[in-house]
Design a binder for this molecule. Structure first.
Ligand code: MGD
Ligand code: MGD
Ligand code: MO
Length: 578
């Protein structure tokens, strides 16, 4: 409300665009709306669990414990890297980077060929089956095996297990979303669930595991890719309804979305955007192609950074820093992957001048002269929760029956109940889900003679993203004090590199120096992996500006680089300290 109606700009986006935007766009295209259909308990209820590009042992360790409740289930893990999660798998699929669509189409081919689909479900609840049936003829197991590098028999086995399951769960995270084909990969995943009717029942769901604790926040509250309550910009009835709820004239509601995150950054570089306000994200470390974001932030005439910590690599560049209270210093609700709304309470007072983000927003609204009109009588996050109940009423994400007291009493409440689409009725105009014909494409920057390695980037359990918090926790920092590069022994031997060598990772864009080498078969020959947590050796110096055309999510998981021993002169990279 403040950005759209107070500032009068549509150019607003969430960090979610670096994270779950592809899942959102994929769900919208397949099911007519965003909203993960399943719940965490499904991991304990499924008899087949298929994890694609999701390393839950490191990144969702609490959720991962649900697997222990379900030792009978077959766990299938598709990841080019032998992660801790891959080590837990009954069937591990070390597929080639970004070959997931070929694998998924190959599985769809086998399911249809062998009659392992739910014909009744497909006929009653989906659209596009005939086209898909003809399309996947082009993905026989031999071709899927050729593209993925997997054994044909393993693909057959996975398809048969999935097709015969009573309840099959597919969970995915950034190995899927961080791709120029992220949205399409999600559609190919949704295809499998729809073909087999593995959705809307206990244990059965195509489930996007979100990243941050409140990643659902920007998704539901909208104003980036949709209007609040999953309303659509292009739908006049949605706009009229929202305007009526807010008691404003409908022509103040935009009819199309504004610029997405990467497009805002490019517009800043081109001076079409002259002021930027960054809240609760640290893009100098987390945004792809570091040089570009640094230049963009140095180009804007006014940069405001609102963060719980200072200095951070981003707040250092700010003209104005607004100190924010963080978790445990403020009160409100947040919503997780399984649509569960939880309450967080203030345990301690914020230090110094820090104030809850909400208070900063209200204060600003007052100074802009829009507080009485847009936020009449609002004092606390409870007031915004009460309005949100009215705005979300009757929508898929309906909060209207919740109260703060009930949320606290029940340990969180899920909107939409335990599972969505239990009756097979989807959020599309005709109520049917859509099957998509998705062709596999090679990833955008292929390795070459000069840049022979495919760089994969991601996380480790000890650190949270850009380390503004975990870098200050001695035990975590001690366990994982610096960035490393994983390389297969064959490649290391060929390059004459040894464990603990300091290496440089170089792409056509820029370079990172002084990264500690780990020689390990966790990665296959030709592939290397580096965590992106470390500002002082920033993996995003080398990643590229390549985005999914629909979701605008960056292709963080593959780019072409060369690796060599760091010259001594470059080793003394100064360490960024909190
Ligand atoms: N400890 C810790 N936990 C976290 C976070 C953190 O920073 N630290 N961050 C949170 C957030 S916001 C997020 S989004 C989640 C992310 O959670 P994950 O998505 O599990 O994390 P990543 O390590 O980014 O990537 C997951 C896997 O994708 C694989 N991958 C790479 N390329 C491909 C491919 O082409 N195909 C397939 N199938 N897989 C591929 C990688 O090898 C990696 O193992 O974690 C959340 N939890
Ligand atoms: N190469 C590569 N890059 C990636 C990824 C990858 O896998 N590979 N993953 C991407 C993904 S999935 C994500 S989610 C992003 C994460 O990237 P970021 O969002 O940039 O990472 P965080 O470190 O979580 O940044 C959160 C910031 O908010 C501050 N903060 C914490 N709590 C509060 C609060 O209550 N209020 C305010 N105002 N500030 C607060 C923190 O101090 C921190 O500076 O990184 C993306 N970048
Ligand atoms: Mo994320």
């Amino acid at each position: 409300k403040l950005v759209q109606l107070g500032f009068g700009t549509r150019n607003y986006d969430g960090n979610t665009t670096l994270c779950v935007a592809s899942a959102v766009s994929g769900y919208k295209r397949s099911f007519g709306s965003d909203g993960p259909p399943g719940c965490y308990d499904d991991l304990a209820r499924a008899d087949v669990i298929f994890l694609i590009g999701a390393n839950i042992a490191d990144n969702h360790p609490i959720l991962c414990q649900r697997l222990l409740e379900n030792p009978e289930a077959t766990l299938i893990v598709a990841d080019p890297r032998v992660t801790k999660t891959a080590m837990m798998a009954d069937i591990y699929l070390p597929l080639k980077p970004r070959s997931d669509i070929a694998l998924l189409n190959g599985i769809a081919h086998i399911l249809i060929r062998d009659g392992l689909i739910d014909r009744d479900y497909v006929a009653r609840h989906t659209e596009g089956f005939e086209a898909l049936r003809e399309f996947v003829v082009a993905y026989p197991p031999a071709r899927a095996a050729g593209i993925t590098g997997l054994d044909e028999h393993v693909i057959e086995r996975v398809a048969t297990q999935y097709g015969r399951a009573e309840a099959a769960f597919i969970g995915w995270t950034m190995g899927v979303n961080h791709s120029t084909q992220g949205t399409e990969t999600v559609n190919a995943i949704d295809n499998l669930a729809l073909l087999t009717g593995q959705i809307g029942r206990a244990g059965a769901a195509p489930f996007s595991i979100t990243g941050q604790c409140n990643a659902m926040g920007t998704r539901e509250a909208g104003f980036a890719s949709s209007l609040p309550g999953y309303r659509k910009f292009e739908n006049p009835a949605d706009r009229a309804e929202l305007a009526a709820l807010w008691n404003i004239s409908a022509d103040r509601i935009p009819t199309a979305r504004g610029l997405a995150y990467p497009d805002i950054i490019e517009a800043a570089l081109a001076k079409r955007i002259r002021a930027l306000w960054i809240v609760a994200t640290n893009p100098v470390v987390s945004f792809p192609n570091h040089e570009l974001i640094r230049q963009a932030l140095e180009t804007v005439e006014f940069l405001i950074v609102q963060d719980g910590f200072h200095p951070t690599p981003t707040s250092e560049l700010a003209h104005l820093v607004l100190p924010a209270a963080i978790w445990g210093e403020k009160k409100g609700t947040y919503t997780n992957s399984e649509r569960r709304v939880s309450k967080v309470n203030r345990a301690v007072d914020p230090p110094g001048e820090a104030r809850p983000d909400f208070d900063i927003f209200l204060d600003l609204a007052g100074r802009l002269g829009v507080r009485d009109e847009l936020f009449p009588g609002w004092r606390t996050t409870r007031d915004s929760f009460e309005e949100w109940k009215r705005v979300s009423e009757g929508r898929l994400c309906d909060y209207s029956a919740m109260t703060w007291e009930a949320i606290e009493r029940d340990g969180g409440i899920q909107w939409g109940g335990e599972r969505l689409y239990t009756d097979g009725h989807f959020a599309t105009p005709d109520g049917r889900a859509k099957l998509f014909c998705i062709d596999w494409q090679p990833f955008p920057e292929q390795p070459s003679r000069e840049y022979p390695f495919i760089l994969n980037t991601g996380r480790t359990v000890e650190h949270w993203h850009t380390r503004t918090k975990t870098g200050a926790v001695p035990i975590l920092e001690g366990l994982s004090p610096r960035a490393w590069l994983e390389m297969n022994p064959r490649d290391a031997q060929r390059l004459g590199l040894r464990p603990h060598d300091r290496v440089s990772v170089v792409s056509t864009r820029s370079r990172v120096d002084g990264v500690e080498l780990r020689v390990t078969e966790i990665v296959a020959p030709g592939q290397i992996f580096m965590p992106f947590h470390y500002a002082e050796t920033n993996a995003n110096c080398v990643t590229q500006s390549a985005y999914d055309p629909v979701s605008r999510e960056p292709n963080f998981k593959q780019c072409a680089v060369q690796v060599h021993k760091t010259e001594t002169a470059r080793r003394g990279a100064t360490r960024w300290k909190i």
